[in-house]
Design a protein around this ligand. Structure first.
Ligand code: TXA
Ligand code: MG
Length: 338
């Protein structure tokens, strides 16, 4: 069983950070909050600790980890080349929900980068994450603290639900703010590409770099995945998830109910009230119509509906705007059967 320590999310107690940092340095696994989701942290330069991260998650060895550092200089120290674009993005968006892929320096274990020549680096903004990184004074590899293919955790309880026996310590600072994993941008080839959409949008990155940053599309035939974590099916709840246009929600729910299925519905405050034949038989979750707030609540909603035991989760289709891009990406993956 994991130890669970409460920690202040705004002004984390130095003594708790110091004890948690000592665990990291000693090679143990510590789950901690970031501004996106909870991470499963281990000493990034300690191959044995990194091996335990993969083992804990049941993560395929081909899927590289993001390395977290306390500031830009620490990131540059892990790169064989720190391009001007990286400096501009770091200046504008770090600390923050942006992971930057650059050529790796040899001190980064191959296990971290899944044998690849690049490494993803990020300076997280959460005071607990930053405090832990400063206290540990070593880079921390941290994937989301869930089992591979599960929905990412946005609370300490989610971490314990997923990884209780695999993690040594969980720092509980309450729910995370963004709720959606960081944007991953690849600076190692042209055109520049976003490998995983996230809180920082393509438009923001393009404006910062004064150069168009594209979204990675489908892979050309024969090319291996650039961000191997981006399989079609990912971030999936246990229930089957369907994305449904708002005006189709009620008829779809009624049809599923009439076949005896148990249903959850996720709508927003902008969704018109649904006229359902039997509203009492439906688990309804209403989230904000503001994309950032919807993102903050999405994974907790999916986990709650799974806990309620529903067979199918219907989600009102979000707007096709850039603000909703990362959410649409996660919903598409969660609904994919591939
Ligand atoms: O918000 C986040 O990024 C959270 C918090 C804990 O920081 N972490 C996170 O890590 O989501 P993870 O391991 O669940 O997802 C990392 C993603 C995967 O899609 C992985 O394939 C990609 O980043 N990635 C990591 N290193 C890479 C690299 N060198 N090149 C391309 N993609 C990489
Ligand atoms: Mg993950």
């Amino acid at each position: 069983m994991a130890r669970l320590w409460k920690i202040d999310p705004v002004a984390p107690e130095a003594a708790i950070l110091a004890r948690a940092a000592a665990e990291i340095v000693a090679g143990r696994l510590v789950a901690f909050p970031t501004e996106t989701v909870y991470g499963l942290g281990g000493h990034a330069l300690d191959t044995e600790a990194v091996r335990r991260i993969y083992q804990a998650k049941g993560r395929p060895a081909a899927n590289p980890l993001i390395v977290h550092v306390p500031h830009e200089a620490a990131a540059a120290a892990l790169a064989s080349h720190w391009p001007d674009e990286a400096h501009r993005l770091a200046t504008r968006y770090w600390p923050g929900p942006l992971s930057i892929v650059v050529p790796r320096r040899a001190i980064v274990p191959e296990l971290v980068t899944a044998g690849g020549a690049t490494v993803a680096l990020r300076v997280p903004a959460h005071p607990v994450a930053l405090g832990l990184l400063r206290a540990a004074a070593v880079p921390i590899a941290a994937p989301s603290a869930n089992r591979s293919l599960e929905v990412s955790p946005t609370t300490a309880r989610h971490v314990v639900d997923s990884l209780d026996d695999e993690v040594d310590l969980v720092l509980d600072a309450g729910p995370t703010a963004a709720g959606i994993e960081s944007t991953v941008v690849d600076l190692t080839r042209r055109p520049l590409r976003i490998l995983r959409p996230g809180p920082i949008t393509p438009g923001e990155l393009s404006a910062c770099l004064e150069e168009e940053v594209l979204l990675a599309g489908p892979l050309p035939e024969g090319e291996t995945a650039r961000s191997p974590g981006q399989q079609a099916r990912h971030y999936a709840p246990r229930a089957r998830l369907e994305i449904v246009a708002a005006d189709r929600l009620a008829p779809r729910a009624d049809a599923l109910l009439s076949r005896g299925a148990s249903i959850g519905i996720v709508t927003t405050e902008a969704t018109r009230p649904l006229s359902l034949a039997d509203p009492n038989r439906i688990h309804a979750v209403r989230l904000s119509a503001v994309a950032t707030e919807f993102g903050a609540g999405l994974y907790a909603a999916l986990r709650a509906l799974d806990e309620a035991g529903v067979d199918v989760i219907l989600v009102a289709e979000p707007p096709a705007t850039e603000a909703w891009l990362a959410i649409r990406d996660r919903l598409a993956r969660a609904s994919s059967s591939g």
